[in-house]
Design a protein around this ligand. Structure first.
Ligand SMILES: [Cu+2]
Length: 351
């Protein structure tokens, strides 16, 4: 490096050879509060009201169905899910002819408690045969494959099984060709919370995961589904996202109260690309692969990888950090640049 004349000859000038006049437009500039985050986002915004779902609201929008008590004292939890054809906006001005569960992509984040009896009333208002295949434990008759709950347009099927094992699962349509039904948007989170009474060795941890408990209320929990869309029918993805809308969490950073821990239920349903990943900036997290354990399967990591249909639980804290914008994205750079990137807006606790 050759330093310019006016600069010190003993101390290298880090800006030498670079035109700094355009730095503010650098798409790779670090995010700064009050700025447009280095312009690393879309021109314009998606109309969430027209879509009928908002990625920010989706983070905490758990579908818990309705409950009643069975004669044996157990809880019966009933969900209603409709398959609906629907055009959605996935990036400003880019529309995708989706097939949806309950009109949203991803479908509702179903949440139940270990040991409950689950009943899912599934109606097909779409134009193609569809099903709900749950990653969990159930009988062959309830598997959501042809002959076991795969139904045609206008038909209804009721899936019924017990909620087990506890963990971070998914459901998706299992109609063929599978690749087409998946990337059209027919998938969602299926979370089973552990029953603390059945986990005496880890009661506190189990209680912290049980939605509705006071221990759980201390956490900032979020549902994140990594997905992507093939908009030109070439068998590859053009738009990548978390919860469907490209760069949604760049345009609206996710507010984090730094005094409370964060838990993310993360699922990868990206079709066509074999893997996706999650990288957190300036911090590390514990990871529970598939969420089926109450002790971490990875400790103190800052990147985890997920193959298609893989999922897990991430836990971390910004308690020791200064307030500010902290980025997250997959470490597949291409996915990041095509829409899958976001910011945590870490703030002092509100009074
Ligand atoms: Cu389908």
């Amino acid at each position: 490096m050759v330093a310019s004349g006016a600069r010190s000859q003993t101390k290298p000038d880090p800006t030498a050879g670079h035109d700094m006049s355009t730095m503010m437009d650098d798409p790779y500039a670090a995010p700064m509060p009050g700025m447009a985050h280095g312009n690393m986002t879309t021109v314009g915004l998606v109309d969430h009201a027209r879509n009928g779902f908002d990625p920010t609201a989706m983070l905490t929008d758990w579908e818990t169905g309705r409950t009643e008590q069975l004669s044996d004292g157990r809880t019966l939890r009933t969900f209603e899910v409709d398959a609906i054809d629907k055009e959605i906006e996935i990036a400003p001005g880019i529309f995708f002819p989706a097939w949806t569960f309950n009109g949203r992509v991803p479908g509702p984040a179903l949440r139940a408690k270990e040991g409950e009896r689950l009943r899912i009333i599934f109606r097909n208002f779409g134009s193609h045969p569809h099903s709900m295949h749950f990653h969990g434990i159930h009988s062959a008759r309830m598997d959501g494959v042809p002959g076991a709950g795969l139904i045609g347009p206008g038909e209804e099927f009721i899936y019924e099984f017990d909620a087990k094992p506890f963990g971070c699962h998914l459901y998706h349509c299992h109609a063929f060709p599978l690749k087409r039904h998946m990337h059209k948007g027919m998938y969602g989170l299926f979370v089973i919370d552990p029953d603390p009474a059945l986990r005496p060795e880890h009661v506190a941890v189990a209680a912290s995961r049980l939605l509705g408990s006071s221990e759980n209320a201390e956490w900032q929990e979020m549902a994140m589904v990594m997905n992507a869309f093939d908009t030109n029918f070439d068998g590859g993805n053009e738009v990548y996202a978390c919860n469907t809308v490209a760069l949604a969490y760049m345009n609206v950073p996710i507010r984090i109260d730094k005094s409370r821990p964060v838990r993310i239920y993360l699922l990868n349903v990206t079709e066509f690309d074999f893997i996706n990943s999650f990288h957190l900036h300036a911090n590390f997290f514990d990871y529970y692969d598939t969420g089926t354990t109450l002790t971490p399967t990875h400790r103190t990591v800052d990147v985890i990888m997920q193959c298609q249909a893989q999922r897990g639980i991430l836990e971390f804290s910004f308690a020791e950090h200064e307030s500010g914008m902290y980025m997250f994205h997959p470490h597949q750079s291409e996915f990041t640049e095509l829409g899958w990137m976001g910011l945590f807006d870490v703030q002092e606790p509100s009074a």
